[in-house]
Design a protein around this ligand. Structure first.
Ligand SMILES: Cc1cc2nc3c(=O)[nH]c(=O)nc-3n(C[C@H](O)[C@H](O)[C@H](O)COP(=O)(O)O)c2cc1C
Length: 410
């Protein structure tokens, strides 16, 4: 797709890779994008603002307080207006220092202040670039994780020869590869934008089934997949209700969250919203069984063993799969440890689903608690697509793209 008329903010911080950015500006302009460059003061040491202003055909901005007294507060130097103006914010290269500022909400220059004022629904692509050990440092990794949780897309640096002479990860991708990421971001937006104003009901996290007043039966689900789905859907203009088991995760912007503990509570809440929803995504790890009777108070350690009678919980996904009307879409997850595909296909048919996302608990980096997963997406039309290890946020984008296919373009 062409970038004609797309409005792109390009933030440049003081990494050595900044020398490649004039070429990126040329490529963007060639495709018809409007580019507003925001540079940190330190970045001016690496690349000239004159070059960037000439190529972008716009003044380069770096300080929040413009030097000239002629500039009106409502002019384009206003960081708030810039965030409103842009379709996409690309930060390349992103230094360790700028990542730290972005992750903690510091905003003492145009690059960081505009980042904060840009509406949460707009996409941000961040290209960290630095020396290998700097990149591997715990603080850089922590800050990147925080930014992903805040809804940004971090494009991992490439591996290769670094300016320091070391070999390893930390190289900013070449401008052509940055262009490919920008294209893919706009492509995703175009497709997922069909979900704008659609109503999406998502369940997330583990349920807790009480044994007594202080103990429960549960599982390792962190809720990260469901929260990533909720955040991405809201970012693309959907109305989102998220019913969540206990989790430490922050509620994504624009999402209505309802906290529950048990499968039965989740079921009751979901019943209230199911009719309202256009899409139902069951990302929760709902306990299949619960203790038949909760013991009052704290169960005393008086015997060597005891038996806990368990009874079946409601199958929330199967219930709504059956209930759904023709124009509603139901998406489920399948976590299988053997005969993966066979069981996922059975689930798709038996529970009357439109899409099943299959994942396995047996692979490193996939499944519960981690930020990444390896999935296969099966749809009722019969197509099966396998994907490599990806962030849960990118998987959320894939799932939403898949569900958007069921809706006509407005
Ligand atoms: C020659 C040179 C190259 C540098 N390259 C990088 C780099 O690639 N990545 C990085 O994070 N910091 C790099 N730094 C350090 C940053 O420039 C420094 O942390 C600076 O304060 C970042 O400022 P900014 O984030 O406001 O742009 C480099 C410094 C020098 C002197």
């Amino acid at each position: 797709m062409s970038l004609q008329g797309k409005k792109i903010l390009l933030g440049i911080s003081a990494g050595i890779a900044a020398y490649k950015i004039p070429l990126l500006v040329r490529l963007l302009k060639k495709e018809g994008a409007e580019v507003q460059v925001l540079m940190t003061q330190n970045a001016c040491q690496f690349v000239s603002d004159l070059t960037l202003a000439t190529l972008s055909e716009k003044s380069v901005l770096s300080e929040i307080f413009p030097k000239s007294s002629q500039v009106s507060p409502t002019s384009w130097t206003c960081h708030v207006a810039l965030g409103e103006w842009a379709d996409l914010y690309v930060i390349a290269p992103a230094t360790a220092n700028t990542l730290a500022k972005l992750a903690s909400g510091l905003c003492d220059d145009m690059l960081t202040a505009t980042f904060l004022t840009m509406p949460a629904t707009k996409p941000r692509l961040i290209f960290p670039s630095m020396d290998r050990e700097m990149y591997r440092s715990r603080s850089v990794q922590r800050n990147m994780l925080q930014l992903v949780e805040d809804g940004c897309k971090i494009i991992e640096p490439e591996s290769g020869e670094l300016a320091s002479g070391l070999i390893g990860e930390g190289r900013m991708p070449e401008p052509e590869n940055i262009m490919a990421s920008i294209h893919s971001e706009f492509q995703n937006m175009l497709q997922i934008d069909r979900l704008k104003n659609k109503r999406i009901l998502i369940t997330a996290g583990a349920t807790r089934e009480k044994i007594d007043d202080v103990r429960f039966v549960s599982n390792y689900s962190s809720g990260k997949m469901g929260f990533a789905l909720a955040g991405e859907a809201a970012k693309h203009g959907a109305e989102v209700v998220l019913i969540s088991g206990k989790t430490y995760l922050e509620t994504p912007g624009g999402v209505k969250r309802i906290d529950i503990e048990s499968a039965e509570e989740m079921f009751e809440e979901a019943k209230l919203y199911f009719e309202w929803s256009d899409v139902f995504i069951s990302a929760a790890a709902v306990a299949d069984y619960r203790p038949e009777k909760k013991i009052d108070g704290k169960f005393k350690k008086t015997t060597d063993s005891f038996e806990l009678q368990m009874v079946k919980n409601p199958d929330i996904l199967a219930h709504f799969g059956e209930q759904k009307k023709r124009n509603q879409i139901a998406i489920g997850f399948a976590l299988e440890s053997s005969d993966h595909l066979k069981h996922a296909q059975e689930k798709l048919i038996k529970k009357n689903l439109d899409v099943v996302v299959l994942n396995s608990p047996n692979i490193d980096g996939a499944g519960f608690e981690v930020d990444t997963n390896i999935v296969t997406i099966l749809s009722k039309e019969g197509d099966i697509q396998e994907y490599p290890l990806m962030s849960k946020r990118d998987i959320a984008t894939l799932i939403l793209k898949k569900s958007s296919c069921f809706f006509d373009k407005d």
